[in-house]
Design a protein around this ligand. Sequence first.
Ligand code: PGA
Length: 248
Amino acid sequence: MRRILIAGNWKMNVIDNINPVIDSSMKNDVDVLIMPPFIYLERFNTAIKGSRVKLGAQNMSSQEKGAFTGEISPLFLKEFGIEYVAIGHSERRHIFKETDEEISLKMQKAIDLNLKPILCVGETESQRSINKHKFVVENQLKIALGGIENNLKNIIIAYEPVWAIGTGNTATPNDAEEMHLFIREQISFIFGRNVSSEMTLLYGGSVTEENVKDLLRKDNIDGVLVGGSSLKGDKFAKIIEIAGKTNI
Ligand code: PGA
């Protein structure tokens, strides 16, 4: 049974008020995850103590230690009790030029250290316009997951079409579901049907309290990765509440 996961990616921002999120997570039977900037992880780790909110990082190095100025070791995440980490977010891929190969190293390292990686995949608008969206996502999945053999239950996939992130252009629930079904099929080719049917698949890209219900109603959408709408505590709390009702 896949549980609904509502994840907030704060990017280079901090939420205005975490309290409504903590309250809402206590009242609703869904998993809630926040991903603050690195330097605030410890502060929010304290703030969420005793609640059901979980903590994730937005990125990590593929290396454990050494001369990598400005990077964050996955061992530091482990040391601070951080379970989840986003890998290959489209802003990392496009702004910071992270390659599929680098993302694959990060995935392998996260899995080896028993972290829970949220692998982000998704096509650009121009790739979709020439009907290459499935091809692009299939490749991203194959390269990122290719060598992984253990801790398969830890893996979460987020489908985030680049054209939908921060634009207000959410994918329609049908288009998102079509891609989620496609991703589940690809996971099935890579890891087998049992792993695929249990894997949590998130949708991300302009998710709001208005559109979250219709997205979560789809069979293969198990949760959402929320950027902009996770920065206002009351709005994010509302998304968690709606998800809780959809879950019943
Ligand atoms: P958005 O961001 O909700 O602001 O579109 C989503 C994401 O980048 O994860």
